[in-house]
Write a protein that binds this ligand. Structure first.
Ligand SMILES: Cc1cc2nc3c(=O)[nH]c(=O)nc-3n(C[C@H](O)[C@H](O)[C@H](O)COP(=O)(O)O)c2cc1C
Length: 404
């Protein structure tokens, strides 16, 4: 906390002390300064006016210092004339806001479409949280009364937004949650408008944290769906949501991205999606808020990097050797306990498989010469839940079917 520098002070009859203070807030934003005009009596603040340099646009004929100085002089006159009336007139009105309960897991479901793919993913996340003995709720920005941020920077005065609407409850719910899940569709490359309003209005929470600090160890999970196929469709949404988390000291800890909804229509048709959402929630709840980077990607096999190149499809693979290796892999899974994941991975590496990607729900490996792909599915304890072993050509057919 920076010390306030007292620029002016005057004592007023009746035991009142009027001060004009200046605080350097450049630790929050470059060049930011906050001025406070304060009336004290009996060791308590009776009235306060605050303004900061970021409130003033280039086109305004006034600046923060001047505004604070004028207020100081006006208050000195009014206080001297009738202290009782002055203090009574300056009590802040009670905030109305809205009460949103605080739960361990808060799912912010950004799609305006009820019962759509985001709703399905949001419900999966909430139920995974409840199964892990955590309280959880899903909130819908589209159903809330929230005004867009007007960039007034007033929130850096009293750590409160100038608007008194449902955002007060949303901020309380974010402040109190252990895990914040943002579930969003891709709308014109970014998040839908109502979710963006929530994100921007969290500026007031950023101000609160900058002024008074906030909870630590919170984690954030992104669940996103897109109409089109391909990881690049999520680029902007990922950036927006990561920035949102980082601005609020929330450690981004996982992602489940489900693409291709224009064709698939229903996210539940993506094999493994439920398992992935559940695994991501469980992993984020276990994480201490550090970056654990669970990059769980759309469809299953989930990631582009799991996909095999076209060149493989016309190669002359030795089918006999391929079948023999498939049999060895089958034996390996039959003979090894489900909790021996590392041992299975080691053996597969010995057989010539190379890891292509991993997250808490699955490990993907590929044998380039014998054109085999394997995905080992993991349960929530990290044990083998199942596996899928496919020659590249079958994998390609499957990918075509699901349009990954
Ligand atoms: C206004 C609007 C804009 C969209 N923009 C994109 C886009 O830029 N990229 C994309 O892949 N899908 C886009 N979509 C498709 C949605 O992401 C997709 O339909 C998704 O499943 C919607 O989520 P929901 O089922 O939860 O409502 C858009 C849909 C709408 C309605």
């Amino acid at each position: 906390m920076t010390e306030a520098e007292v620029l002016r002070r005057t004592e007023i009859e009746g035991g009142y002390l009027l001060t004009l203070e200046r605080e350097d807030f450049s630790r929050i934003y470059p060049g930011m300064v906050r001025y406070t005009v304060r009336v004290r009596s009996g060791g308590k603040t009776r009235a306060a006016f605050r303004t900061n340099t970021y409130e003033y646009t280039p086109g305004m004929p006034l600046d923060a210092r001047e505004s604070a100085r004028e207020t100081f002089e006006e208050w000195a006159r009014e206080l001297a004339a009738d202290p009782g009336a002055f203090i009574g007139a300056r009590q802040p009105p009670p905030r109305v806001g809205s009460a949103i309960p605080v739960t361990d897991v808060l799912v912010i479901q950004g799609s305006p479409r009820a019962g759509g793919n985001c709703s399905i993913m949001a419900d999966l996340a909430a139920s995974a949280a409840r199964e892990a003995d955590r309280t959880a709720q899903v909130i819908f920005p589209d159903d809330l009364y929230i005004r867009p941020c007007i960039g007034c920077y007033w929130c850096y005065n009293f750590a409160q937004c100038t608007f008194d609407d449902d955002m007060e409850g949303v901020i309380a719910a974010i402040r109190g949650a252990r895990l914040i899940v943002v579930c969003t569709p891709v709308y014109t490359d970014t998040v839908p408008a109502a979710l963006k309003m929530v994100i921007d209005r969290c500026q007031a929470y950023h101000a609160e944290r900058a002024l008074f600090g906030g909870p630590e160890g919170q984690t954030g999970l992104l669940l996103a769906v897109a109409g089109r196929t391909g990881e690049e469709n999520f680029r902007c949404v990922r950036t927006v949501v990561r920035d949102f988390f980082r601005n609020l000291g929330i450690g981004p800890c996982g992602e489940v991205l489900a693409g291709g909804m224009d064709r698939a229509r229903d996210v539940r048709t993506l094999p493994g999606i439920e398992r992935r959402v559940r695994a991501a929630v469980t992993a984020c709840l276990k994480s201490d808020g550090g970056e654990t980077a669970i990059a769980t990607l759309s469809g299953l096999p989930p990631a582009k990097e799991y996909m095999v190149g076209q060149a493989h499809h016309c190669s002359m693979v030795d089918r006999e050797k391929q079948v023999a290796l498939m049999a060895r892999v089958e034996d390996l899974f039959n003979l090894t306990d489900a909790d021996q994941v590392r041992e299975i991975e080691r053996k597969l590496t010995e057989f010539g498989f190379v890891e292509k990607g991993a997250d808490p729900a699955a490990i993907a490996m590929e044998h380039a010469d014998l054109e085999l792909f394997i995905e080992i599915e993991l349960d929530e304890e990290g044990r083998v839940h199942g596996y899928e072993l496919l020659p590249f050509d079958e994998l390609a057919k499957k990918q075509e079917r699901f349009r990954w």
